[in-house]
Write a protein that binds this ligand. Structure first.
Ligand SMILES: *Cc1c(COP(=O)(O)O)cnc(C)c1O
Length: 501
C-alpha cells in the first residue's frame, strides 16, 4: 500500500465517522450527565395513554455529543469559514462588535410590549438609524418595519398602490420590471395586485430605452429597477429612465438590496427615485444566509412619507420621558409584522454605521468596486465575459465557452470551487446570461484571498479543459457530493431510521 492509498483510506474512515448520526453512535448504558436523585415526589404529568414504553433516545457520553454537534456545525459553510463570493447576496464579513452590541442586556432583553418610557434608548437607536439611512440614500423618510428585502419590496408596491388610489388613479395597474431584476421584484408587484411587464436589457446591459418607451402609457403605476443592475453594471440611462417614468405619472422604485457600490458616491434619491429598499443584512452587515433574521429598510421621498409602513419612531423634545415614540403615518399601509421589525438586526446596522462613520462608508464602495474589477481583469481571459464593461460591486461571467467545448457547466465549476475551500458563486442568475457565474467579492476580502480565488478559478479552467471528469464529480472532499437539490428542498428526509445491516 502506498502512502497515498493510506491517506485515502484514512480519509474515508474519517468521513464515515463524521457522518455517523447521533442514534448510530448510541450504545446502551452510556450517559452524558448524572443528576442527583430527586427528593420531590413523582407526579403523573401525562395521561398513561400518551406514555410510550419505548422511546429510543441516543445513549452517548458528554464528549461524544459535543463532538457530534461540533462536527455537524462544520458541515455548514459560513463567511467565518472562508471566502463566500455569492453574487447579489453580499456575504461580507460581519464585524463581531456588532453582535456584542446587539447582545447588551438593555437591548436584547427588552420586550416589544414594554411602555415607551422604559425603552427610550432603543427607540432612539431606531430613530437615528432611520435618519442615517435617509441621509445615506438621499430620501426624506425611512421605515424599518419590513423584515426582509422582499417584504420591503411588497411594502413599496403597496405604497405605490395606495398613493395612486388616493390620487384618484385607480387605472394605474402596470408595473414595469427590468429583465435582470431579482425574482422577488415581480413576485412583490403581483402580490400587491399589479400586472407586471418585463423590460429587456440592451447589448450593453442597460435598460432598453426603446422597449421602455413602447411599454409606457397612462396605466403605468411604476418601474422597479436595480441600480447597479444584477449584471453588476451601472445603468447609464438612469436619468432618462427616471424622466420617462415620472412624466407618465409613475413611481420609480429602486431595489437597493445591495448598495455596496453606491455608498458615499451617489444617492439614489438624488437620481430621482421615489422609493428605495436596502437589505440591512446585505449592505449593512448582519449574519445571514442560513435563513436567519434580516431587515429591509424602506426609504421614500417626501410625497410618499405618509404611506410608510408602521411603526416609525418620531422624536419630539417635550421634556418628558417620552421624547421618542412609535407612530403610524397618516396614510400608512399598515404593519408588516407583529411588532417593530427585527430589532437585533437594526442594532447591528446602527453599530456598523456608527463604527465606520462617513469616511468608512465611502471606503466600502471604493473597495467593493476595486475588488470586483480586480477579479474581472484577472479572469476575463479564462472565462467568457458577456458584457465587456467596467463592473461595479460584482462581475458576471459565463461558462458557455466550456459548455460548447465539452459540456462543462456553471454548476460543475461552482461545485469544484468547494474542493478549493471556497463557497460557490451565484449560478444561473441573472437569467439573461447563459451559464451565469455571478461573483461578488465584497469589500472585506484581502488581496491574498482574492489572489487565492483567482488562482483557483484559473486552475479549474485548466481542469475543465484537460480533466473535465474531476469537475463533473466535484465536490470530492465533502460528506455529501452531488445532491438532488430540488428533491432535498421539497422532500427532506429529516427522520432518523435504523440502518439496515
Ligand atoms: C437579496 C435580494 C433581494 C431579496 O431580499 P431578501 O431579504 O432575500 O428578501 C431583492 N433584490 C435583490 C437585488 C437582492 O439581491
Amino acid at each position: 500500500m502506498n502512502s497515498n492509498q493510506i491517506t485515502n483510506e484514512h480519509h474515508i474512515k474519517k468521513q464515515n465517522l463524521i457522518r455517523k448520526l447521533l442514534m448510530d453512535r448510541s450504545q446502551p448504558g452510556k450517559v452524558g450527565a448524572h443528576t442527583p436523585e430527586s427528593d420531590v415526589p413523582k407526579q403523573q404529568t401525562l395521561p398513561n395513554k400518551y406514555l410510550r414504553e419505548e422511546l429510543p433516545l441516543p445513549e452517548v457520553s458528554e464528549n461524544e455529543i459535543v463532538r457530534y454537534f461540533s462536527q455537524l456545525s462544520q458541515f455548514n459553510f459560513s463567511i467565518d469559514h472562508n471566502f463566500y463570493p455569492l453574487g447579489s447576496c453580499t456575504m461580507k464579513y460581519n464585524p463581531k462588535i456588532n453582535d456584542e452590541i446587539a447582545s447588551l442586556p438593555g437591548l436584547s432583553e427588552i420586550h416589544p410590549l414594554q411602555p415607551e418610557e422604559s425603552i427610550q434608548g432603543a427607540l432612539k437607536i431606531i430613530f437615528e438609524l432611520q435618519g442615517f439611512l435617509a441621509e445615506i440614500t438621499g430620501f426624506h423618510s425611512t421605515s424599518l418595519a419590513p423584515m426582509a428585502g422582499a417584504e420591503a419590496e411588497l411594502a413599496g408596491m403597496l405604497i405605490t398602490r395606495s398613493f395612486h388610489k388616493n390620487n384618484g388613479n385607480d387605472h394605474k395597474t402596470k408595473i414595469l420590471i427590468t429583465d435582470s431584476a431579482h425574482g422577488t421584484n415581480p413576485a412583490s408587484a403581483v402580490m400587491a395586485g399589479f400586472d407586471v411587464i418585463s423590460i429587456p436589457s440592451d447589448q450593453n446591459g442597460n435598460t432598453d430605452l426603446e422597449a421602455l418607451k413602447a411599454a409606457i402609457n397612462d396605466d403605468l403605476a411604476g418601474l422597479m429597477i436595480t441600480q447597479p443592475s444584477t449584471l453588476g453594471l451601472f445603468d447609464t440611462n438612469i436619468i432618462e429612465i427616471c424622466k420617462m417614468v415620472k412624466d407618465a405619472g409613475g413611481v420609480l422604485y429602486g431595489d437597493g438590496a445591495n448598495l455596496n457600490a453606491l455608498l458615499g458616491r451617489i444617492k439614489p434619491g438624488d437620481l430621482g427615485f421615489d422609493i428605495l429598499h436596502s437589505n440591512l443584512h446585505k449592505t449593512f452587515t448582519q449574519p445571514h444566509g442560513g435563513g436567519g433574521p434580516g431587515a429591509g429598510a424602506i426609504m421614500v421621498s417626501e410625497k410618499l412619507s405618509q404611506y410608510l409602513p408602521s411603526p416609525i419612531v418620531k422624536y419630539e423634545k417635550n421634556n418628558s420621558q417620552n421624547d421618542y415614540s412609535l407612530i403610524s403615518p397618516e396614510h400608512s399601509i399598515g404593519k408588516m409584522g407583529g411588532f417593530h421589525g427585527n430589532f437585533g438586526a437594526l442594532v447591528r446596522a446602527y453599530s456598523y454605521i456608527k463604527t465606520l462613520g462617513k469616511q468608512g462608508i465611502n471606503q466600502i464602495s471604493q473597495d467593493a468596486v476595486i475588488n470586483a474589477n480586480y477579479i474581472k481583469s484577472h479572469l476575463e481571459e479564462y472565462y467568457d465575459l458577456p458584457i465587456k464593461r467596467k463592473c461595479m460591486h460584482e462581475v458576471v461571467f459565463s461558462a458557455s465557452n466550456f459548455k460548447k467545448l465539452n459540456g462543462i457547466r456553471a454548476l460543475d465549476i461552482a461545485k469544484r470551487l468547494i474542493d478549493y475551500g471556497i463557497h460557490p458563486p451565484t449560478m444561473y442568475f441573472p437569467l439573461i446570461i447563459d451559464e451565469a457565474l455571478m461573483i461578488e467579492p465584497t469589500e472585506t476580502e484581502s488581496k491574498e484571498t482574492l489572489d487565492y480565488f483567482i488562482s483557483s478559478m484559473i486552475k479549474i479552467s485548466e481542469e475543465a479543459k484537460n480533466d473535465p471528469e474531476i469537475l463533473r464529480n466535484a465536490p470530492h472532499n465533502t460528506p455529501n457530493s452531488r445532491l438532488d437539490e430540488a428533491l432535498a428542498a421539497r422532500k427532506p428526509n429529516l427522520r432518523w431510521e435504523k440502518e439496515s445491516n
